[in-house]
Design a protein around this ligand. Sequence first.
Ligand SMILES: [Zn+2]
Ligand SMILES: [Zn+2]
Length: 276
Amino acid sequence: MTRNPWLEAHAYLGPVAGLCAEVERAAEGIELLHAHIPDWDDYRVDFLAGVPLLSSAGAAVDLEPGGRMAAALLERLASESSSGSLADETRALDAELRLEPDLSRRIVDFLLGDDTLTPRVPGLLRYLGWTAMARFLRPVVEGFAAWRDEERWLRSYCPTCGSLPAMAQLAGADPGRMRLLACGCCGTRWQFKRTGCPFCEADSQRLASVTIQGEPGLRIDHCESCGGYIKTYDGQGNETLMLSDWSSLHLDLIAYDRGLKRLAASLYEFEPARHP
Ligand SMILES: [Zn+2]
Ligand SMILES: [Zn+2]
């Protein structure tokens, strides 16, 4: 299913879809820089040891231009004349960060988990930052996928940036059917064991599945051991939409109503009011 029929069937996703479209439009308007593809031999030892690519001193991917793209995206959104909460928040964030020395590096460090940069709306900086950074990293993510032996990773965190997955996908047909995990930050998809919880070490029998009426391509897989769940796209061909996380935020509500915990990473700051 493509974006428009999906939105017609799920009108309540309209606001978040509009926000994503506005940010994507702005991102298309900034200068596209490309990350330098590392020499994979320099990364091999770290890869086998489970070190994500962007954290590897051997691979030494220079992310600073991606940080510059993130700062440019923020500035562009802040300078546009549109109104509404996104415009207000990007203006406040831009004003807050503009005085920061070495901003592009600080944004890179922030995206990789450094907590010394403390903007008032960290979720917005994370979302805009990764939107720009994913564009910057695209050739590296593609080159990495071509080089990587998936069987040698099979970890629950992203081989590129180290984030926990945002979603999962069941792809292919039996007997070769496999489960992929999808990073909501850098856009990498990587192979994980077919069953088993990506958030704890529970054995495979403990993963249960909830299918959703009217949503044949989606389901919620949850772990009876840790209570975590991961939204799973049970199909192929519509990855961009179906693995975007925002297009299935209603499943997070269903999971929340069942008392499940979102342990998956999210750029959409989906934080329902917590029970006391
Ligand atoms: Zn990633
Ligand atoms: Zn678990």
